[in-house]
Design a protein around this ligand. Structure first.
Ligand code: AOF
Ligand code: ZN
Length: 352
């Protein structure tokens, strides 16, 4: 295997930590000696150990003189573990190939410097774009202390999320998109919807994928006018709900905690993000509908949009679209657009 293939393997290992790594970065490590993989590992928050340590432990004495392929700069600080750089030097690793620098202000280049000082050969930047995208929520959170926010919506090719009659929500996306949806839900800490979506769809909003999560997916309901009834399906699942609504007179179901909405929509989002920060949750997924998406964009909290364009045309002058509200003047410009085909749907993604 060449360098790029080995880094790809490290990235693949890192992926296996998703759902169990938040609020830490997803990190995978591969140790190679004489062209043979002698150890590998990935980080999971609960298990404390960093990826490179797991790989070295697996390699045993073979670690001496080996090359390490890792998607993030080895740490140089004392956290829950001792610095990995020190550990790697102790194991007499010969070479470290890293995809990107660790944006954590406690590391941020100090890891590479410390490795070089120990006489270890260091190469940085292989598959950097892939590595940066894998840990984009970690990067924002560790540098700004604010969760990364993604708006995701499935729509007809003409941007509608409801049937032409106006009220009935449609599920335009195909089965392959639904599998990828679960993968996305695995990566995030919380999922938010507006009252209209709950009234129209009665969704559960739970994570139903095969991989285990470390913490439950928090379900957030924006309901500033207290229109949602606790009889709906959302409340039939015991995983936590943050209900953004005015204080209720009657007792709330056990899994529900209340967030009082602000006088403006923007301040409800602020309250949600502040609470997420306090609980070290670094990725919020907003799943609409049109007014909720518009509100989040107006509040300028959104980092990324994922629009799933499905092979349907709905039409209708009044049909609910994917973004409601008053509209944006000037229009919001998106950057770094990508598109991928998933079954018959097209996932179009871009950054604010
Ligand atoms: C690495 N390898 O596998 C990981 C790293 O106190 P902790 O252990 O939870 O450390 C968290 C910080 O350590 C995290 O913000 C990041 O800078 C680094 N994570 N570093 O060399 C790893 N998970
Ligand atoms: Zn470390």
């Amino acid at each position: 295997m060449n360098d790029a293939e080995l880094m790809r393997r490290a990235l693949l290992l890192a992926h296996r930590g998703l759902g169990r790594v938040s609020p830490n970065p997803a990190v995978g490590a591969v140790l190679v000696k004489n062209g043979r993989v002698v150890g590998e590992g990935f980080h999971q928050y609960q298990q404390v150990k960093h990826a490179e340590v797991i790989a070295c432990e697996q390699a045993g004495t073979e670690a001496t003189g080996a090359s390490l392929y890792i998607n993030l700069e080895p740490c140089a600080h004392q956290g829950r573990t001792r610095p990995c750089c020190e550990y790697l030097a102790g194991k007499k690793i010969a070479r470290v190939v890293a995809a990107m620098q660790d944006p954590n202000p406690l590391v941020n280049g100090r890891g590479f410097r410390s490795l070089k000082e120990a006489g270890i050969e260091v190469e940085v930047g292989l598959l950097e774009a892939e590595a940066a995208s894998l840990n984009e929520s970690y990067t924002k959170f560790i540098t700004l202390g604010i969760p990364f926010v993604t708006v995701k919506a499935a729509m007809s090719l003409d941007g509608k999320i409801a049937s032409a009659s106006g009220t009935v929500r449609e599920h335009f996306s195909g089965p392959d998109s639904n599998t990828r949806n679960e993968a996305l839900r695995l990566q995030v800490d919380a999922i938010a919807v507006g009252a209209n979506t709950v009234l129209a769809d009665d969704p559960l909003l739970t994570y139903r994928g095969k991989e285990k999560r470390r913490r439950p997916l928090i379900r957030i309901l924006l309901d500033p006018h207290a229109r949602v009834d606790p009889q709906c399906r959302l409340f039939q699942d015991p995983t936590p709900i943050w209900w953004v609504r005015p204080r209720a007179g009657r007792p709330l179901p056990a899994q529900v905690s209340l967030i009082e909405p602000g006088s403006e929509y923007a301040s409800s989002w602020k309250a949600i993000l502040t609470r997420m920060t306090a609980e070290k949750m670094y990725h919020l997924l907003i799943e609409g509908g049109g007014e909720t998406n518009a509100g989040a964009l107006m509040a300028r909290i959104v980092d990324k949009v994922i629009f799933i364009c499905c092979p349907k045309l709905v039409g209708g002058r009044e049909t609910t679209g994917v973004i409601g509200g008053e509209g944006f003047r000037p229009p919001i410009s998106l950057k770094k657009m990508t598109v991928s085909q998933v079954g018959s749907d097209f996932w179009v993604e871009g950054y604010l």
